[in-house]
Each structure stands twice: as structure tokens, then as C-alpha cells.
Design a protein around this ligand. Structure first.
Ligand code: ATP
Ligand code: MG
Length: 146
């Protein structure tokens, strides 16, 4: 199992940093372009949620990103914030549900993340932050990477 972790401040500009390092780290897997695009979206939506919902615009908090993959191309992505948390996880997962109707959120982020994941878990409670654990099985040829 190969893995990495990093932490960065809860600033919108760091969303691009997060998805770029995610894709760089996974480069040796030689994943298909479509799978890489899905991973990019998973990281982007998860990190954006941590910044705008978890920390609600506080630019000084830290978001943690952890990524691992095993010899069979099973990828694990964990995104953690220590922000306000989610009191009703079922509601948060409903397509089109957003707690920020006034801004231009569509409420589709988590629905899209579930579609692109093989397993998707949320560990969260009100005022206790939020951790999302994503697993995605790549269809890779590891020998081609060597
Ligand atoms: N890290 C988080 N901390 C606290 N609440 C969260 C977090 N992530 C998601 N939520 C809650 O879950 C809701 C649904 O999230 P989802 O990503 O599906 O939609 P959205 O972020 O509101 O809109 P979109 O992703 O389409 O821009 C959010 O509106 C928010 O209330
Ligand atoms: Mg979202």
C-alpha cells in the first residue's frame, strides 16, 4: 500500500492544489483519463465542501487530505475538516439538498461523489467536523507502470 497525506488552509485557492497533488500521486497507476477525471471531481467536491460548509469561509482552518492505493488499484481518499459537522447525514446526501440555497450551490456534490465512488462513507456529527472516506477501484495495469 502506498499512501500520502497533507494539510492545507481552508482557502478556495487550495482546492486546485488538492486535486493537482491527488492526480500527481496517482500518476503511477496509469488510470484511464475518465477515471482520473472522476478522482479529480471527488477531491474537488470534498475539499470544497470542507472549506465552504465545514469552515464556512474561515480561511485559517486546516483541511486534511489522505490518499492511498494498494497493489490492485483500490484507491482510498479521506478528506477531513474539524468544522461545524453535519447533523443529518441522510438529508445531506439527498440529491439537490443544500444548506446554502442563497449562494449558487446545486446540492449535487455528494450525489456526484457517490456516483463516482465504489464506497462512500461520512463520519460526522454537529460541531464535530466531517470526515469522508471514499473508495474507488481502478481498472489498472500496474505492470505497465513499471
Ligand atoms: N464538510 C462538511 N461540513 C458540514 N456540512 C457539510 C459538509 N459537506 C457537506 N455538508 C452539508 O451537506 C450538504 C450537501 O452537500 P453537497 O456537496 O451535496 O451540496 P452543496 O455543497 O450544498 O452544493 P454543490 O456541491 O452542488 O455545490 C451541504 O449543503 C451541507 O449542508
Ligand atoms: Mg458540495
Amino acid at each position: 500500500m502506498n499512501k500520502m497525506s497533507c494539510k492545507f488552509k481552508s482557502r478556495a485557492e487550495n482546492e486546485a492544489f488538492a486535486r493537482t497533488i491527488a492526480l500527481s500521486f496517482l500518476m503511477p497507476l496509469n488510470a484511464a483519463a475518465e477515471e482520473m477525471m472522476e478522482i479529480r471531481t471527488l477531491v474537488s467536491e470534498g475539499v470544497t465542501n470542507a472549506i465552504i460548509h465545514g469552515y464556512e469561509g474561515n480561511r485559517e482552518k486546516m483541511v486534511k487530505l489522505e490518499i492511498g492505493y494498494d497493489d490492485h488499484g483500490l484507491i482510498t481518499i479521506i478528506i477531513t475538516d474539524k468544522g461545524k459537522g453535519i447533523s443529518d447525514i441522510d438529508q445531506a446526501l439527498e440529491p439537490l439538498y443544500t444548506s446554502k440555497k442563497s449562494s449558487e450551490r446545486s446540492g449535487m456534490g455528494m450525489t456526484i461523489m457517490q456516483t463516482f465512488s465504489d464506497s462512500f462513507d461520512i463520519i460526522s456529527a454537529e460541531n464535530e467536523g466531517c470526515t469522508i472516506v471514499i473508495q474507488k477501484q481502478l481498472h489498472v495495469n500496474l505492470s505497465a507502470a513499471e
